[in-house]
Every structure is written in C-alpha cells, then in structure tokens.
Ligand binder design. Sequence first.
Ligand code: PEP
Ligand code: MG
Length: 296
Amino acid sequence: ERERLENVRGKESVTQDGQKVLIYANAGNPADLPRVVASDAEGIGLFRSEFLYLENDDYPTEEQQFEAYKKALTAMEGKRVVIRTMDIGADKKADYFDLDPEENPAMGLRAIRICLTRPELFKTQLRALCRASVYGRLAIMFPMIISVEEVRKAKALLAEVMAQLKKEGIPCAEQIETGIMIETPAAALVSDALAEEVDFFSLGTNDLTQYTLAIDRQQTKLDDFFDPHHLAVLRLIEMTAKNAHKAGIWVGICGELGADLSLTEAFLRMGIDELSVSATSVLPLRDKVRSLNLKA
Ligand code: PEP
Ligand code: MG
C-alpha cells in the first residue's frame, strides 16, 4: 500500500481520461511546512493564519506576520500559497481582542466581520501579506463571506494597502490573486454574483455543513447528525462550482470533505479544480484520482 502511494509521488494528478485536478495541502502553522513540502502537494490551498493571533498575548505585529508568510512562500518555492486572513471569533479565544462573550459564537462577530469592523487590524495583516507577496506565488483568501458588499470592502482595503506600499517604495507584487471561502449557504446561493468579484472560490465544507444543516460542528454529541454528504451540502457545492466556471474562475475545496475518497469522483464530475487536504492525504488522493476514468 505504502509502495503504491510512493509510486504516485512526483506524478500528475490526472484521471485516466485526462481530467486534471490540483492537489494542495492545508497548513495551520509554519511548523506544518516541512510536512507539506514532504507531502508532494502542488501548493497550499489553505494556510490558516489564526495561529499568529492565538499564540500571542497581544496583536501580532506586521513584522511577525510578514516573517511567517514569507516563510510559507519561500518553503513552497513558487508554488501557489493561499493564505486565509484571520478567522478569529468568540470561539477561537484571544483575550486581547476583548470580544464580548456570545451565546452563538459560530454566528457571531468573527473572521471578516471583525476585519471590517476593525479595519486598522485588518490592514496590518494585509500589509504583511503584500510585503511577503514578492517571495513566491501568494493568493489571499477571505473567510466567512456572505455578500458582494463584504468582498468589495475587503478588496478596497487591500487596494488601499497596495497603493500605500507603492508610495512608500516597499516592494509588493503588481497583482495578487484574491479569493473567498464559500462556507456559508448565503455565499453558495449568491456565488454567481460573488464570482464576478474574485479570482477563485474555495469551499469550506466544515462550516458549510454546519450552517446548512444547523448543526454545531463542535458538539460531538451531534456527530451522528453531522452529515457532510447531505444532499443539501452537495447541491450547494455543485451550484458553487457551476457559478465559478460560468464566470471563468477556479474553484477548490479546502474543508475535510476534499479528502473524502468516496466523493472524489463526484467532485471531479462537478469540475472541481483543486482539492486542498491534510499533508497525509495528498498521495492517497492522487492515487485515487489516477485510478478514475470519468468517461468509462
Ligand atoms: C471550513 O470551514 O471548511 C474550513 C476549511 O475552515 P475552518 O475549518 O478553519 O473553519
Ligand atoms: Mg471555516
């Protein structure tokens, strides 16, 4: 088994009938980078930036963030690295944020909602990202989006930061690929409109399942009900993929479901362009992709 997996190392992720998919890895921390590099992933599809905020007892400085992003981009040697802007909320506690306690933190002030409420905090992260962008192939991704307005506001802040860096003579990539997570039913349902605003989508199936089924993903006693294979979730994924392609942008999956080998064929039939999975799932997934023949 192990030998079979080693056999697909360095090979393309392509079905027998020639359909390609990118297999990327997720990372939650710079400490994951050696594992990601060793996994033979073709890029990083989700680099969660929360560690910066959760490991500190004060806001991470621009410099601290810059160093971490630079490390990820450098380690991947020009392969695409999708870094997600902070997804802090009342559940991922960082005391110095001074967030009010909430009864429903999953539905509370979190992620992009905090960023748009506290633009100075957000701009520090965007500045660090832009400065790191010259060290590889960076893509920036915004989490928990529900509307076109949010995307436009986030992109306007990014443009502001890029213009400011230019004025200061600090190097930054001319263009930075910008995308959003599709992890709320609202985003999936208006993905036709959202696709006009961004370069890519990445489906966060963990939260998409939580919000679609109205089941708290952290309540283990509800595990029997938490069904990411629910037809409602699969329909939202398919709808998102269709709307992405209609607008000519790429669409990936970065939630746990991306590594579910029983769905790989269905995802490829939907035309999913990229699957971002844990480092240990990269080779098994590539092996699965290479065994499929969608025309048969
Ligand atoms: C998701 O929601 O599916 C996702 C990938 O993000 P996180 O698990 O960090 O919420
Ligand atoms: Mg999520």
